[in-house]
Write a protein that binds this ligand. Sequence first.
Ligand SMILES: [Zn+2]
Length: 131
Amino acid sequence: MADFFTRVRRNINKGISTVSEKSAVFLETAKIKGQIGKLEDQRNELLQALGHYVYQNFAAEALDEKFIAEKCDEITALEQAIAAKTEELEAITKAEKAEPEAEEQVAKCECGAEIQPEAKFCSNCGTQLRE
Ligand SMILES: [Zn+2]
């Protein structure tokens, strides 16, 4: 009987660790979403600044192409960082969905046969399992 309770307790602990793994995935996902949000804010600010710059200087024919090219490069770099983070996020979500249900742990005899909770002898090889 003691073994049975040990096994039940083990299964309960396993349940808890599965839950904490899930919340770890949740935290990681939330973290990456936050990072994507910040990158998008930076990109939007740059786009806006670039738009203002072009608008204000276009009429005066005072556009500095080098400045514009630099800003465009910065925006492209942010776009790439956002794409990379989005992929990372998708990979985590996919991995979580693909993860099979954890196989339930069963007690096994040294011969490899499963042991029933109350069995005194292995039904396969006859080894005595408990007093
Ligand atoms: Zn056996």
